[in-house]
Design a protein. Sequence first.
Length: 260
Amino acid sequence: MLEVRNLHARIGEKEILKGINLTIKDGETHAIMGPNGSGKSTLSAVLVGNPVYEVTEGEVIFNGKDLLAMKPEDRAHEGLFLSFQYPIEIPGVPMSQFLKAAVNEKRKYQGLPELKANEFLKLMREKQKIVQLDNKLANRSVNEGFSGGEKKRNEIFQMAMLEPTLSILDETDSGLDVDAMRIVAEGVNMLKTPETSCIVITHYDRLLDMIRPDVVHVLYQGRIVKTAGPELAQEIQEKGYDWIKSSLASDAPSIDEGSR
C-alpha cells in the first residue's frame, strides 16, 4: 500500500527527515514512536502534502502511484486521511455540510454520483454509532465548543465517513481520558479491514494496548532506527528512549530497518 524510500524533508534550512524507509502492506497497523522533535509529525505532514515542508530527496508510492506528485486534495481523494493532534474549529460551518461536501468531492473524483440527502443522512447516522457521537454534536459547527475528547471522536467520525485506505493518527491519544481513548480506539478497530491500513503516531503504549499494532518503529533524529513487534512499545514504556540512543552505536545494523 505505502512504500517510502529514502525520504528527506526540511522546513526552511533545517532538515528534519533524513532518509525514512517504510513499507506498509494492506491490512497492517504500524505504530511510530519517538521522542519530541524526532520527526513523527513532520512525516505525517509530508505524506498528506503540507506545503510548509519541502521534500529534498526520496519517493513515496501509494497504491502504485507517485504520492509526492499529487496535490493534497488528490491524496485525500486517493484514500489518505490524517487525524490531527490538535483539531481546529471551523465556526459557522455545520459538520453535516462539511462532511457532505467532502464525501461528494471524493465520489466525484472516483467518477461516482453524489449522494442524495436521504442517502447521506443514513450514512451519517450509521457512522455516528461507531464513535458514539451525539446528534447534537454532529449538527454543530465543526469542532466549535467541543471538548478535547469530543474533537478526537469527531476526527474518527470523519475518518469513518470518508473511508480512507490509509489513516494516519497523529497523537490522537493526546489529552484523552481513559473513556474517550477507549471510544476512539474501538472506532479505529471497527473500521479496520483487510484492505485498509493505519499509522498510529504516539508517545505511549496505552493506546497501543487498545489498537494493537503489527509493527512498531522508533523514529529518532529524522530516521527510523529500530523496528520490531508490539513488544517494542512496552519496552520503550519501561525503559524510555535513552536505551535506544545508547544502543545505536553498538546496534548499527538495526538502523533504518524500518520496512517489512
